[in-house]
Design a protein around this ligand. Structure first.
Ligand code: ADP
Length: 259
């Protein structure tokens, strides 16, 4: 618990700091981007290559600062009943575009899944961040498996997870057959700004964000990984005690955190 508290405090401090810097920085970058676009319209062939490079760098900077901004808004979640399977289904096209052909994507979705009290946009982000990491871990191809199931008690390979209240959970598992991680790496992956990727490729914010979002959903995340074999992220989200159809008819107003 002490460790979790420290982690939360650290995230908050970094979030506040990053938010302040990112906001100003984003404005500056938009200036650079706008003027470069103008210059591109006026320029001849000679300069256009370099100008495109400036533009790409500014765009990349913009992406990074936007990520920082999202991170710093403390990721307030707007929770309402959502079906994880549907979120995965909605993301199919985007996933296909992100994952190269040499990686095989397998979906194993439990059709009778209960809903969770969730923020659809944030859960999409969770899935995307995990999928991008899985892709990066499989430069020579492999298999990405996304699966959902429902369990009665929060138990991870026979071990009860003590920090979780009993009750039905929806389990989302994202697994790859990639490079895997050693223990030293595994212990640091949820720390903001921890990355093993080369400069310009990784921000080290992806999993910190995933962690924050899962916690906002009263959920829990576990990582299993072995060097050379692959990695699996397992997310446990409390299931709502409603059948999918009931949840659709019933507005979310009575549910804790409902909108
Ligand atoms: P980033 O992807 O920008 O590096 P993340 O927070 O998403 O930031 O990930 C942090 C680090 O965790 C990565 O740099 C990588 O070393 C490790 N990692 C995350 N996911 C995987 C995975 N599926 N396989 C192997 N390593 C991973």
């Amino acid at each position: 618990l002490q460790q979790q508290l420290q982690h939360a405090q650290k995230m908050e401090a970094i979030g506040t700091l990053a938010g302040g810097v990112a906001h100003d920085f984003n404005n500056l970058l938009q200036g650079i981007q706008g003027y470069t676009e103008l210059l591109l319209l006026k320029s001849g062939k000679d300069e256009s290559r370099e100008l495109h490079q400036v533009l790409r760098a500014a765009q990349r900077g913009g992406e990074l600062t936007r990520q920082l901004l999202t991170f710093s808004r403390k990721m307030e979640s707007k929770l309402c009943p959502v079906n994880i399977n549907q979120i995965i289904g909605d993301m199919r096209v985007l996933l296909e575009r992100t994952i190269p052909k040499m990686i095989q994507v397998q979906l194993h979705l439990n059709a009778n899944l209960r809903q969770v009290n969730g923020d659809g946009a944030q859960l999409e982000q969770v899935l995307m961040n995990l999928a991008v990491n899985a892709r990066d871990a499989m430069p020579d191809g492999g298999v990405l498996t996304i699966s959902t199931e429902e369990i009665a008690f929060p138990d991870h390979e026979g071990k009860i997870l003590p920090e979780m209240v009993p009750g039905p959970y929806v389990v989302l598992r994202v697994a790859d057959t990639g490079v895997g991680m050693d223990q030293e790496t595994r212990e640091r992956i949820f720390n903001p700004f921890f990355t093993t990727k080369e400069v310009g490729r990784g921000t080290g914010l992806g999993l910190a964000m995933v962690y924050g979002i899962v916690k906002n959903h009263q959920g829990h995340i576990v990582c299993d990984s072995e060097p050379g074999k692959g990695t699996a992220f397992i997310i446990y989200l409390p299931a709502i005690d409603l059948l999918p159809d009931q949840a659709k008819i019933d507005p979310a107003t009575d549910l804790p955190g409902g909108v």
